[in-house]
Design a protein around this ligand. Structure first.
Ligand code: ADP
Ligand code: MG
Length: 737
């Protein structure tokens, strides 16, 4: 067997000491395979290596090397399984399973009498832990009916190092790392050991202040590295993980707190509109009575707007909770704010929507809500620009050239601008931008959020909105720089959709139920995960239904007398728009679509949804989709089909079916799949340890509290250069999408 590469010191003489910043290539002579492996794992410096934590530990209790076991001794050994077979005992002809188990020191037979199935359970080449009694001596030795436990130890480890005393410095806890070709756990353990010997404690200053460590009983950095990589007990490993989880969340919170302070060190424009004016706007202009939650949120926002400090607020509310109305109230307050005598143009507001469909829809709502004001509203997307009201027809918007709109915005004669990314890309300049609203903010990176708000000395108030009901720990972590307003109440009269997870055999019955609703005048969505059938023989890929095929199939053999439309992201904005208009005007009964309808689309009469290949979507995403049919007082129905029907899928979909509240679903997703699988959190730049910690509200709250206290006491972070550096690095990396 080929031995895995081991780290060789770069110089053979006395080992030079190192710091955390020393490149691994300077510390070790790296063979090309190893160098490539390290690159894949993103490990460049000693610091990277020490922060590459084990994914788990194998507990090696008092085991023996196979070469040293004695007759009649009760032992635990580890070895590679070979020569598996089933035979008969010599005299009695009873069935017996046999294997030869080897480690670097020797081999021994294991025999399981009357248990021929053992041969099936075991696998050649697997490393197992055997406990049992030894019989015989020399080549005849065997373990009789030993207990077997499979392990995750790599075979080559058993062959040598596992059994060298030095390797098991950790007294029986063997660190198992995320590995890659060329860089095994074995290599990593040896490299970590060497680095820990060579980096003197003076080179391990702790980014977490001592007082904070003491308050939460966190081990210091040097000790925590040892405990993480070479624990002597579960407790040590656990304490180390907790410390690094805290460190990660703490430094991110520092970054957020710092950002917030930076932003708020700029002045913003005070919006001095009376609350009573906003309240009567909400009462008189909305076609409905606002919910208590909407009024509360609008009030919180109003309080922010009237203060000289720029607002940084997140409005979180489940789909359909009515965030648009709250945003409209904020915009109303801004554009009607009293001006000083020499200013005639209104203060301006920008509204960023994630998609073109949504931008148009919000533009239309705002035009209607502000129709009574002497105010011009603009829309700018990649396909053009519009302004309301039109000179010739004052109840309608009219198309204008982009440069024209940009000019009007710059001189201040257009008070509200709705737009997509185009708003940033066209670099629209404002005369006096006082408020920026960002809808479905998780769709925009922090960078984009900043790009709009950038602006010189005076910064706008910022209102982010999100329908992604993320668990509190995540909200605190990712949006740690924002104050939170929550719409925890749906408009009255809304009924929760009836959600059914349907077994494949019941498809026909579902179509009957859908036809019943269509006949009653309702409309339906059919959601498919992909646009076209894939050009592949890959069975797994083929399992996901496609919009185009499904639309054809439904037209030909299921809903033959209904009008079917198709919508997906590959269509041009114009085509999409036309289809949405047709659907809204009920010229289409069934809209077969991808998740482009996920965000914000509003067609109240559509109350039926079929989700195909539902197993492909996360719970949060399913919930977003279902939100589309929760926009009226008609009873809504949501049917989920799955292409794979495993226990995990069924369990997840069952939770979806019985849970109506998005926050509980997000929490369930977090527990069920871990933060790593939570839509959005995956690319967030957190380590596994940090992800794990996101389940822990106490830890997250504590880290946040400490971070804000620290930044308040040291606003420039000049007394905490280590934290400043760590926070900066993290800011560049960590975001929630
Ligand atoms: P979201 O929070 O998902 O953005 P919207 O603002 O799009 O929700 O509102 C969803 C629907 O609910 C819209 O049709 C809107 O007109 C309606 N709506 C909003 N607030 C109320 C309310 N207080 N009472 C009744 N309907 C409301
Ligand atoms: Mg919305």
């Amino acid at each position: 067997m080929r031995l895995p590469p081991r780290p060789t010191p770069a110089t053979s003489r006395a080992k030079p000491s190192a710091t955390l910043d020393t490149p691994l290539a300077r510390l070790f002579r790296l063979r090309p395979k190893v160098a490539q492996g390290l690159k894949r794992l993103n490990l460049t410096t000693a610091r990277d290596l020490l922060y590459h934590f084990p994914s788990r530990y194998e507990h090696l209790c008092a085991f023996k090397r196979i070469g040293e076991v004695q007759d009649r001794e009760e032992v635990v050994v580890f070895g590679v399984v070979t020569n598996l077979k089933v035979g008969k005992t010599f005299r009695t002809q009873k069935p017996v399973a046999e294997a030869v188990v080897k480690d670097g020191s020797g081999s021994i037979r294991a025999r399981w009498f009357h248990q021929p199935y053992m041969a099936k359970i075991l696998q050649e080449g697997q490393v197992v832990k055997l406990s049992g009694v030894v019989y015989g001596t020399g080549a005849k030795r065997y373990l009789a009916n030993p207990d077997v436990e499979p392990t995750t130890i790599a075979p080559e480890e058993v062959h040598h190092s596992l059994f060298s005393a030095q390797e098991i410095a950790s007294e029986g806890y063997l660190a198992i790392y995320p590995e890659t070709k060329g860089v095994s756990s074995l290599w990593l353990r040896a490299a970590v050991r060497s680095v820990l010997q060579r980096v003197p404690p003076s080179e391990l200053p702790d980014p977490i202040p001592e007082s904070v460590r003491e308050r939460y009983r966190l081990p210091d950095l040097s000790r925590a590295f040892r405990w993480a990589h070479q624990p002597r007990s579960d407790k040590q490993a656990h304490a180390a993980r907790k410390r690094f989880a805290f460190e990660e969340i703490f430094s991110l919170q520092i970054a957020r707190a710092y950002e917030r302070r930076q932003y708020q060190s700029h002045p913003s424009i005070r919006v001095t509109t009376d609350w009573s004016a906003v309240a009567s706007f909400m009462r008189d202009r909305f076609p409905f009575a606002p919910t208590r939650a909407q009024v509360r949120a609008a009030r919180e926002i109003h309080a922010d707007l009237t203060s000289p400090r720029p607002m940084l607020r997140l409005l979180e509310g489940d789909v359909g909770s009515g965030k648009t109305a709250v945003a409209a109230a904020a915009i109303f307050a801004t554009v009607t704010a009293p001006r000083s005598s020499n200013r005639y143009a209104p203060l301006q507001a920008a509204y960023m929507a994630p998609t073109e469909i949504l931008a148009r829809q919000q533009f239309a709502s705002l035009c209607e809500l502000f129709a009574h004001l002497p105010l011009r509203v603009g829309l700018i997307t990649s396909s053009g620009a519009w302004v309301f009201p039109s000179k010739t027809n004052p109840t309608q918007p009219t198309r204008v050239s982009k440069p024209q709109l940009v000019r009007w915005v710059k001189e201040g004669s257009v008070g509200v601008v709705v737009g997509t990314h185009a708003l940033i890309e066209t670099q629209v300049q404002f005369a006096e931008l006082a408020l920026v609203v960002i809808d479905e903010q998780h769709r925009f990176g922090t960078a984009q959020r900043k790009a709009l708000a950038r602006k010189d000395a005076i910064v706008p108030h910022l209102l982010s909105m999100s329908a992604t009901p993320i668990p509190r720990t995540l909200a605190l972590t990712f949006y740690g720089d924002l104050d939170l307003s929550i719409l925890d109440e749906l408009p009255p009269g809304r009924q929760n959709p009836v959600t059914k997870v349907v077994a494949p055999a019941k498809r026909a019955q579902v179509y009957q139920e859908v036809k019943r609703e269509l006949s009653a005048g309702r409309q339906a969505y059919v959601i498919c995960p992909r646009i076209t059938a894939p050009d592949t023989q890959n069975a797994l890929a083929l399992q996901a239904r496609s919009v185009e095929e499904e639309a054809r199939r439904l037209k030909e053999s299921v809903f033959t007398e209904w009008r079917i439309g198709v919508l997906h992201g590959k269509m041009s904005a114009k085509e999409k728009d036309a289809v949405m208009q047709d659907f809204l005007a009920h010229r289409i009964d069934i809209l077969v679509t991808t998740t482009v309808v996920e965000v914000g689309v509003n067609v109240p009469n559509a109350t039926v949804m079929i989700i195909e290949s539902a197993e492909r979507f996360g719970l949060a995403q399913l919930h977003q989709l279902r939100g589309r049919i929760q926009r009226s007082t008609h009873q809504a129905f949501c049917y989920c089909f799955a292409e794979s029907w495993g226990a995990a899928t069924r369990k997840r979909l069952a939770i979806f079916a019985k849970t109506a509240d998005g926050f509980s679903l997000a929490q369930a997703d977090l527990i069920l799949r871990g933060a790593g699988d939570l839509s959005g959190a995956r690319q967030s730049g957190f380590s596994d340890i940090g992800m794990e910690a996101l389940k822990n509200i106490k830890l997250v709250s504590a880290a946040r509290k400490e971070a804000y206290a620290l930044v308040a006491a040291d606003p420039t972070l000049s007394r905490h250069p280590l934290l400043a550096a760590r926070a900066r690095a993290q800011l560049a990396r960590v975001h929630y999408e």
